[in-house]
Write a protein that binds this ligand. Structure first.
Ligand code: GLU
Length: 478
């Protein structure tokens, strides 16, 4: 039988990178095995679920390319189905009505805790007398599962047989008094109804799985295979959270990460194809991914590695492709600027591509290709505009360059090197201040490629501005 797997996010927040990794593993497994990947939105918590979050989750999955074969199914559309199944369990005595109010429960809990006891539902409503039932009749009622005494166990695909005594599990609510199902109940009903064969989800759900196994038994259904993935941690080895950096998938899109790089990165957070290969295309991931190679230990989310990997992906794009990606990524005014002169934009891409780690780096690294530097780097001023000769050297350079008939990489380089020889200084001593004058920065791509792209007029104008700047700086010193 072909696998049927699912991702079941709750729209109470954005798509977390942990859920994205879970989605990816389910998706890769389905694609590799010719199975189906199903999307279920677990929006039973009416107060905390929002359609904005649902939209953001769908958009995140689409951005990652994790298209689903069925769904999205919404649990909020299925309340009558959960009720039907709860009635089934009521009929066979596997659950009972609970009339306890929130305040009553809190009250009793407090008393137990004050005696240093561990609270679990005290079964007050399990065997109510007829008088008590009549007394509670007007109260809203929830349905609780009556946990049988037994050892609960299941075989986890990654961790082997996991056991727990049902004594540690309280009679949990399956249907709340407002008619909404609890997570465990809706999850079991849906996984059963949708013929889910494998439940691949985070290790933080193991304690839920024991409850779910009890429900499968009560219904007489055979449970799917469970695979609980180790957690994703931050650099300090605590569970990855906002403290460590962005945790929402869409934040990475906004930060200029490419979806294919992000997918590649997520795939390796808890799975490895063996060997030391790290850059893997989607089709390679699909063919290599296997539940047998999952890691049993938690993995650390390494932001630096993600940036490195993204840089590798950017560098492998054709200039045209990167141009298109920038267009859809950059704010309208910036992309309009690119479209206005595509040929120029492609040249800039060509020179910056191997330095970019994120799409946002395009203007961060190369803003000077589109406008003269507004100011010069402070360290640059200190280190490269400090020599008293600089102003005179740049002036002479400007004169020579303006006389060049052919202004290209070779002719500009020749002019700069010849001038350095005349001054009796190393070429670098000339190149640094020129770079600062033209770009405002102290580092960047090869100077002569920059001058070639900027063109003669811009180069002369910018040298002029730097000369004026140096002149006023010197006069201020006097
Ligand atoms: N809604 C749950 C979550 O987002 C789904 C858990 C499951 O996959 O069963 O964690």
């Amino acid at each position: 039988m072909k696998p049927r797997v699912r991702i079941a996010p709750s729209p109470t927040g954005f798509l977390h990178v942990g859920t994205a990794r879970t989605a990816l593993y389910n998706w890769l497994f389905a694609r590799g095995e010719g199975g189906k990947f199903i999307l279920r939105i677990e929006d039973t918590d009416v107060n905390r679920s929002t359609s904005t979050m649902t939209d953001a989750i769908l958009e995140s999955l689409k951005w990652l390319g994790l298209e689903w074969d069925e769904g999205p199914y919404f649990q909020s559309d299925r309340f009558s189905i959960y009720k039907k199944y709860a009635n089934l369990l009521l009929k066979n005595g596997a659950c009972y009505f609970c009339y306890c109010t929130h305040e009553e429960l809190e009250d009793r809990k407090k008393k137990v805790v004050a005696q240093k006891g561990a609270w679990k539902y005290d079964r007050r409503c399990l065997d109510l007398s007829d008088t008590q039932k009549a007394e509670f009749k007007k109260r809203p009622k929830a349905i609780r599962f009556c946990v049988p005494e037994m050892e609960v166990n299941f075989e986890d695909g990654l961790h082997g047989v996991l056991k727990r005594s049902s004594n540690d599990i309280e009679d949990f609510v399956i249907l709340k008094s407002d008619g909404s199902p609890s997570y465990n109940f809706a999850c079991v009903v849906d996984d059963h109804e949708f013929n889910i064969t494998h439940v691949i989800r985070g290790e933080d759900h193991i304690s839920n799985t024991f409850k779910q196994i009890l429900l499968y038994k009560a219904f007489g259904w055979s449970p799917p295979k469970f695979i609980h993935l180790p957690l994703i941690l931050g650099h300090d080895r605590s569970k990855l959270s906002k403290r460590h950096g962005a945790v929402s998938v869409l934040d990475y899109r906004k930060d200029g990460i490419l979806p294919e790089a992000f997918v590649n990165f997520l795939a390796l957070l808890g799975w490895s194809p063996g060997g030391d290969r790290e850059i893997l295309s989607i089709s390679e991931l699909i063919s290599l991914f296997s539940l047998d190679n999952l890691s049993k230990t938690n993995s650390v989310f390494d932001f630096k590695k993600l940036e490195w990997m993204n840089g590798e992906y950017i560098n492998r794009l054709s200039n045209e492709d990167l141009f298109d990606r920038l267009l859809s990524f950059l704010p309208t005014t910036d992309s309009q600027q690119l479209v206005a002169n595509k040929e120029y934009g492609l040249k800039v891409i060509g020179i910056l591509k191997d330095r970019m780690r994120k799409l946002t780096d395009f203007f961060a690294l190369g803003d000077y290709f589109f406008k003269p530097p507004v100011e010069y780097d402070k360290d640059g001023i200190e280190n490269y505009f400090n020599h008293k000769e600089t102003q005179a050297r740049l002036s002479l350079l400007k004169d020579r360059l303006s006389k060049l008939e052919e202004f290209n990489i070779e002719s500009v380089e020749r002019t700069v090197r010849e001038l350095a020889l005349e001054f009796g200084i190393k070429a670098a001593l000339l190149i640094h201040p020129i770079r600062l004058a033209l770009t405002g920065k102290t580092v960047g791509p090869s100077l002569f490629h920059i001058t070639d792209i900027l063109g003669k007029d811009a180069v002369i104008q910018r040298l002029d501005r730097a000369i004026t700047f140096l002149r006023s700086a010197t006069s201020k010193c006097r």
